[in-house]
Design a binder for this molecule. Structure first.
Ligand SMILES: Cc1cc2nc3c(=O)[nH]c(=O)nc-3n(C[C@H](O)[C@H](O)[C@H](O)COP(=O)(O)O)c2cc1C
Length: 256
C-alpha cells in the first residue's frame, strides 16, 4: 500500500470526523478518537461534562461505522480507538477490515476519566494487555499503536511491533513543551513510526522526518487549515511512502 506523501493528520476527539479528515491533503488521516464500548463512552460523557470535545454515540459501534463508511475508498485512513474491553477493539478492527483501513489502538489519552476506565495511557502501564489487544486486532486488520513519551515508551513500542503492529505513532512530548526527537529515532529502529508533537512549522516537520518515517500534526491544522498544503512544498515530506500492508476491503479475515 502506497500513501501519497509522508504527512499524517493526528487524531482529535470530537473533531476528526470523516468530513473534517477528507478536507486535508495528508497521505494518511486518523479518524477519532472514538470510544468503542459503553464504559469508554461513559467516561467520554464525563469528559464532555467538563467542557472537552468527544464523539458521543448512543451506539458506539454504529456511530464509528457511519464515519468509517463515509471515508472508505476516498482517503487512506486509520481509526483511533479507546476501549475498556478487548471486544471494543475487535469490533472496530472488524469495521476497519470491511472498509479497508487501519485500526489505531489508543494507549495515549491521559484524560483521568478515560484512564480510570482502563483506556488510553492505562495500557502503557499494562503492556501485557496492550500486547494481547494488538495481537488479536492484527489478526483481523492492520493495526497501529499510539503511544505517549514516557519511561517505558521504547519497551512498549517494541512489544507493540512484536504483537504485529504495522506502525507506532509516538507523541514525543516532553512535559514542559519540548519534543523528544531521540525517543522517536530509537523507536524508528524497531519499525515504522509516525513522529508526533509540536510539528507546527516546515522546519519542525522536516526535523521530525529525519527521525520518523511519517510526520503527524493536530493542533497546527486547527490554527491553519492550509498547514499541510504549506508543508507539501518540501520534497522530503511530499514523497510517497510504501507500507508493506494491504488495505483492500476484505470479507476474509487476514492471516497475514
Ligand atoms: C482537541 C484535541 C483532541 C485530541 N484527541 C485525541 C484522541 O482522541 N486520540 C489521540 O490519540 N490523540 C488525541 N489528541 C492528541 C493529538 O493527536 C496529538 O498527539 C497531540 O495534539 C500532539 O500533536 P500536535 O503538537 O501536532 O498537536 C488530541 C489533541 C487535541 C488538540
Amino acid at each position: 500500500m502506497r500513501i501519497s506523501n509522508r504527512l499524517v493528520l493526528s487524531a482529535m476527539a470530537g473533531i476528526n470526523n470523516a468530513e473534517f479528515c477528507m478536507s486535508f491533503p495528508a497521505g494518511l488521516v486518523i479518524l477519532g478518537g472514538f470510544n468503542a464500548d459503553l464504559m469508554a463512552m461513559e467516561a467520554a460523557r464525563k469528559v464532555v461534562a467538563r467542557g472537552r470535545k468527544e464523539f458521543l454515540f448512543d451506539s458506539p459501534i454504529e456511530g464509528i461505522e457511519s464515519e468509517v463508511a463515509k471515508i472508505s475508498g476516498r482517503k487512506v485512513f486509520a481509526v483511533n480507538v479507546r476501549s475498556s474491553s478487548l471486544n471494543g477493539f475487535l469490533d472496530v478492527a472488524d469495521i476497519v477490515r470491511r472498509y479497508g483501513g487501519i485500526v489505531e489502538i489508543n494507549a495515549h489519552c491521559r484524560q483521568p476519566e478515560l484512564i480510570e476506565a482502563k483506556c488510553g495511557m492505562w495500557l502503557m502501564k499494562h503492556p501485557k494487555d496492550l500486547f494481547t489487544i494488538v495481537k488479536e486486532t492484527s489478526a483481523i486488520a492492520p493495526t497501529g499503536v499510539k503511544l505517549r513519551n514516557s519511561e517505558n515508551c521504547v519497551e512498549v513500542a517494541k512489544l507493540a511491533f512484536e504483537a504485529g503492529a504495522v506502525y507506532v505513532h509516538v507523541d514525543a512530548m516532553i512535559p514542559g513543551g519540548l519534543c523528544d526527537f531521540e525517543v522517536v529515532k530509537r523507536i524508528s529502529q524497531l519499525g515504522i513510526t509516525i513522529g508526533n508533537n509540536s510539528v507546527n512549522s516546515l522546519e519542525m516537520a522536516e526535523k521530525m522526518a529525519e527521525v520518523a518515517h511519517l510526520v503527524s500534526a493536530a493542533r497546527a491544522v486547527l490554527k491553519d487549515r492550509f498547514f499541510f498544503h504549506k508543508l507539501l512544498i518540501s520534497p522530503k515530506l511530499a514523497e510517497p511512502f510504501e507500507f508493506s500492508i494491504d488495505l483492500r476491503k476484505t470479507d476474509q479475515i487476514s492471516k497475514a
